[in-house]
Design a protein around this ligand. Structure first.
Ligand code: TXA
Ligand code: MG
Length: 519
């Protein structure tokens, strides 16, 4: 009953949203925000990692409010943010030499350290633990707020529990508007994934959550550092050392799946799945990169950043996951990213968002034999482009890049006018067609080459090495009829050829669909 009344009060609150310019911080606003914190209120603020939901860390009642606003289980401890190293001793005991060293190098910055707590820190803030997590953020607005608020600000990420962490003030407002006192809008964050957490109460120190400060970076400063095993093997059967890591955080509404493998293979697999699911009537989401985004032909595709700078991917990760919640997709397929550097944190969050659902790209790509079909005629201006266009209009269970080539093409001539007239009468067109000469690179393992006559097939077989998957159309579909070249013939002959071709292409589609079932 009590709880229910609390909820009503919280949801009626007016949330003030204040824009802050990092380079010219408005002292008046900071003073007001500080006062809200000192009085036990909640202020969301930017940090370099994600937005935090600030409260006075030494006030047990304020911690309770934080949990209520986020809808977060109260056994999940909060990080205490400080702005001056001298404040550390008020809240932490047994701060070792190693700890002082890492603080000197990485503070202010995206690194949280775990220490034994002092009595000044209420158990409400630490979720009942005898230890406290402490971080000094690098963001100027965060530092000013912490100072204005009394020096100790507890701040979980400012999202509703279970949603992706907020990387902009808009994300915070989407989740917490009406539930907290104030949001300081400092624009988009720099890093985009939460701080690294390093437990300094054990020897050697242990990473409980990967972030922008990596194991390698820490080891350079203090020597050996271990990693919580539960972060590495999903089924270790043990609870993670950072209580928050056990929840299925960062979960988008649609089921997310990570497609693993070499990038080229991953793209093929996602294309294949997206094509098939779109055919079945599902809307699917795809998380792609600068390098791959143009390869996709189906699905709702979002570009998360560039593989050449994984920091761009970290920065966009939560934004993209949030965007997909607005998209009404049933599944989201994400390319896998390199685990080096910040990639380790990216993959950790992505795997959690996916509930550890992964797909091996090769398990998918091995189910499709051909990805390209080329029709080869002499001059590539009549039968070939017609066949290609007819096949594109067939209902195919797998996606193919469909094209045509000619054995003797001297310049990129348009399609034959009579062929175009016939196609138009059938609501199709060869308008954009340009004749293209057959080339060695048209032969690869994934391309099915179909010639119209034996002569073209024979020419390819005798001229090139490693010839695979080259057939005459008749041979491939086991039908003796051949569509002959008809230059100079009257339109009726073109019409007859079209009818025959249409029938043969229908048989080809059937054969391709049949074969697709048996790979
Ligand atoms: O980058 C960040 O760290 C952001 C910004 C706002 O500073 N904050 C953040 O807080 O990510 P939160 O509450 O979303 O995540 C805190 C994590 C949880 O997984 C929690 O279990 C762990 O820190 N944690 C807090 N105190 C701990 C303690 N005493 N021992 C072990 N883990 C602790
Ligand atoms: Mg969080």
């Amino acid at each position: 009953m009590n709880n229910a009344r609390n909820d009503v009060i919280i949801s009626l609150m007016k949330t003030r949203i204040e824009k802050i310019d990092k380079l010219h911080i408005d002292e008046k606003i900071m003073k007001r925000a500080g006062k809200v914190l000192r009085k036990g209120g909640l202020v969301a603020f930017p940090t370099e990692t994600v937005y935090g939901l600030g409260a006075n860390a030494l006030d047990e009642a304020a911690a309770k409010k934080t949990y209520a606003a986020k809808g977060r289980p109260s056994d999940n401890p909060l990080i205490v943010h400080i702005a001056d190293v001298e404040k550390l001793d008020t809240i932490a005991l047994q701060v070792s030499e190693k700890a002082r060293k890492v603080m000197e190098v990485f503070w202010p910055g995206p690194l949280t350290l775990i220490f034994e707590k002092t009595d000044r820190v209420p158990f409400g803030t630490t979720g009942g633990l005898r230890t406290v997590a402490v971080r000094m953020p690098a963001d100027e607005i965060a530092l000013a707020l912490i100072r204005a608020g009394g020096g100790f600000v507890s701040a979980p990420s400012a999202n509703t529990s279970g949603r992706p962490s907020p990387t902009s003030a808009e994300h915070v407002a989407d989740d917490l508007n009406g539930k907290i006192d104030m949001i300081l809008d400092g624009g988009s964050v720099d890093i985009g994934v939460e701080s690294s957490i390093l437990d300094m109460t054990v020897e050697p120190p242990m990473i409980l959550r990967p972030g922008a400060i990596t194991k390698e970076m820490l080891e350079e400063v203090i020597g050996e550092v271990t990693i919580d095993q539960t972060l590495i093997s999903e089924d270790s059967g043990q609870a993670p050392k950072a209580p928050g890591m056990k929840y299925r955080h960062y979960a988008p509404k649609a089921q997310l799946m990570i497609v693993e493998g070499e990038t080229g293979e991953v793209v093929k697999a996602i294309k294949q799945i997206a094509y098939e699911q779109t055919r079945l009537g599902y809307r699917v989401g795809i998380i792609a990169t600068n390098e791959t985004v143009n390869s996709y032909t189906a699905g709702v595709v979002k570009n998360i950043g560039t593989r050449s700078n994984e920091h761009s991917i970290a920065k966009n990760l939560y934004k993209v996951l949030r965007e997909f919640d607005e998209e009404d997709v049933s599944y989201i397929y994400s390319e896998v990213f390199d685990e080096a550097g910040i990639g380790n944190a990216i993959m950790n969050r992505l795997e959690k968002a996916a509930g550890h659902h992964t797909i091996q790209a090769q398990e998918i790509t091995k189910l499709q034999k051909y990805r390209r079909i080329l029709f080869v005629s002499n001059s590539d201006n009549c039968r070939g482009p017609m066949a290609a266009e007819l096949l594109r209009h067939q209902s195919l269970t797998q996606e193919y890049e469909i094209g045509s080539r000619g054995m003797v093409v001297l310049f990129p001539e348009p399609a034959n006018q009579k062929a175009e007239a016939i196609m138009r009468s059938q609501q199709m067109t060869l308008e954009t067609h340009e004749a293209t000469a057959f080339d060695e690179k048209d032969l690869d393992d994934e391309t099915l080459v179909l010639t119209f006559e034996e002569t073209q097939k024979w020419k390819i077989v005798s001229e090139y090495e490693h010839v695979k998957n080259v057939y005459t159309l008749s041979e491939y579909i086991e039908d003796e009829r051949v569509v002959h070249s008809s230059p100079g013939e009257p339109l009726v002959v073109y019409g007859e050829n079209f009818e025959l071709l249409k029938e043969l292409i229908g048989k080809l589609a059937e054969k391709l669909n049949e074969e697709a079932k048996h790979v």
